[in-house]
Each structure stands twice: as structure tokens, then as C-alpha cells.
Design a protein around this ligand. Structure first.
Ligand code: SF4
Length: 230
């Protein structure tokens, strides 16, 4: 079988999303009952519709839910994790288990809220047994992550854990090497730091993580972006 080039796939997906955005813009609406004018679909709604009941990788075989992102579609600050865990798979929402509770606390300590940032993962279906996502799974799902990043256009992305940081930055360096400084990704600043699930196992690393998040807060301030809590 011929391997599918993920770059070709991404280009094809981008073309499809553009076609759909143009089609919906031209039609002026999604289908509206009773002929009433309906609101324009948002870019994220078009991306979700394009995803459908996705079977693009083998993770679909064991998932309960496709876990799309949540939060503000115009958020200047995005968090990207690795993939849904058991609770997330059950509830269909990212970062809602114990690691999610810790992430919420981290976000609140920064002066932001879960609703005012955007939270998502590199793969949207749970890897069985919480194993790391495999390269073919990441390759199949990241075109949709790219599409979400393009739609939301965050100024800063916090990459939570090595798989997210490696995927976003195209490297295989460990998180201990990548964290603590910004990396440029096509004009978007990426701050790798430890995943909250790792912090639950290694609470000593919370100090380093907070140092990383303080750099993010300082950069947001430098960019003139105020947190909802000022
Ligand atoms: Fe589709 Fe992504 Fe789920 Fe794979 S992980 S089946 S590519 S939504």
C-alpha cells in the first residue's frame, strides 16, 4: 500500500475547508428549518463538519467520542495536549479528568479561564490504555489541528508534554530541553511545558511549569493582550 504523505493530506484538507467555507459563505447559511435565514457557520463549525464521524485512523475503532477543542474561537492563547484520556473520551471534552482540573487551576493562576482560552489535543480520539499516539495517528489528525490553529489564530500556543511539543515543532527533543523558552512556529510563539498528567506524578516539576507560564503571561502583556482578570 502506498503511504499517504501527511503534507499532501494537509494541503488537500485545506483546499476542502476553503471550498466549504466559500460554499457556505455563498449560500449564506447552513440549512435552516422553515426557510428562516440561519447564521453563518463559524470556521470551527466548518472544520467540525469536515471531520464528520472520522475514521481516518485506527483510533476510531476504540473511541467513545471524538474530542474536539473547547473555548473561545478567537482566543489569543491556545493549549495543546496529547490526546483524550478515559474521562475525556466518556464526556467528549478535552482535559476534564484530574489532569484537566490541574490545567484549569494553571490557567486560572495565569488570570485566564477555561472559557477564554482554547484547549485541544493533537489527536481527538483516545489512544487505548492512554498510550502515546502513534505517528500514523498523529499524521491523520494533525491536519485538523492545523486547521483549528489557522481558524483561531492564537498568538501563543502552550504545548503540554513532549508529544504535543514534538508535533508542533517538528522535533524529537525531550520536553526538558524544549521547555523554558519560546519557539517560533510560522510566526506563532510556542511554549513547551510539562503535561498536567505528568505534574500529578511529579509535583516537583510544578515550579518549572509555573516559570514557563509566567514567561507566557509576560509575553502576552508585551503583546498588549490583557487577561480577562486584568
Ligand atoms: Fe479521526 Fe483524529 Fe480520531 Fe484519528 S484521532 S479517527 S484522525 S478524529
Amino acid at each position: 500500500m502506498t503511504a499517504v504523505d501527511p503534507v499532501d493530506e494537509l494541503h488537500e484538507l485545506t483546499r476542502a475547508l476553503r471550498r466549504n467555507l466559500a460554499r457556505h459563505a455563498g449560500r449564506g447559511a447552513w440549512a435552516a428549518p422553515g426557510g428562516r435565514p440561519a447564521k453563518q457557520p463559524t470556521k470551527l463549525e466548518v472544520i467540525r463538519a469536515e471531520l464528520g464521524e472520522c475514521t481516518r485512523c485506527k483510533l476510531h475503532e476504540t473511541r467513545k467520542s471524538i474530542v474536539f477543542g473547547v473555548g473561545d474561537p478567537d482566543a489569543p492563547l491556545m493549549f495543546v495536549g496529547e490526546g483524550p484520556g478515559e474521562q475525556e473520551d466518556k464526556r467528549g471534552e478535552p482535559f476534564v479528568g484530574p489532569a484537566g482540573e490541574l490545567l484549569d487551576k494553571m490557567i486560572e493562576a495565569m488570570g485566564w479561564t477555561r472559557e477564554s482560552v482554547y484547549i485541544n489535543n493533537i489527536v481527538m480520539c483516545r489512544p487505548p490504555g492512554n498510550r502515546n499516539p502513534q505517528p500514523d495517528e498523529v499524521g491523520a489528525c494533525t491536519p485538523f489541528l492545523e486547521a483549528r490553529i489557522g481558524a483561531i489564530a492564537p498568538r501563543i500556543i502552550v504545548a503540554l508534554g513532549r508529544p504535543a511539543a514534538n508535533t508542533l515543532l517538528g522535533t524529537d527533543a525531550p520536553i526538558s530541553v524544549l521547555r523554558g523558552k519560546f519557539h517560533d512556529r510560522n510566526g506563532v510563539k510556542v511554549m513547551p511545558t510539562f503535561h498536567p498528567a505528568y505534574l500529578l506524578r511529579e509535583p516537583d516539576k510544578k515550579r518549572d511549569t509555573w516559570a514557563d507560564l509566567k514567561l507566557v503571561m509576560a509575553e502576552l502583556e508585551r503583546l498588549g493582550i490583557q487577561s480577562p482578570r486584568g
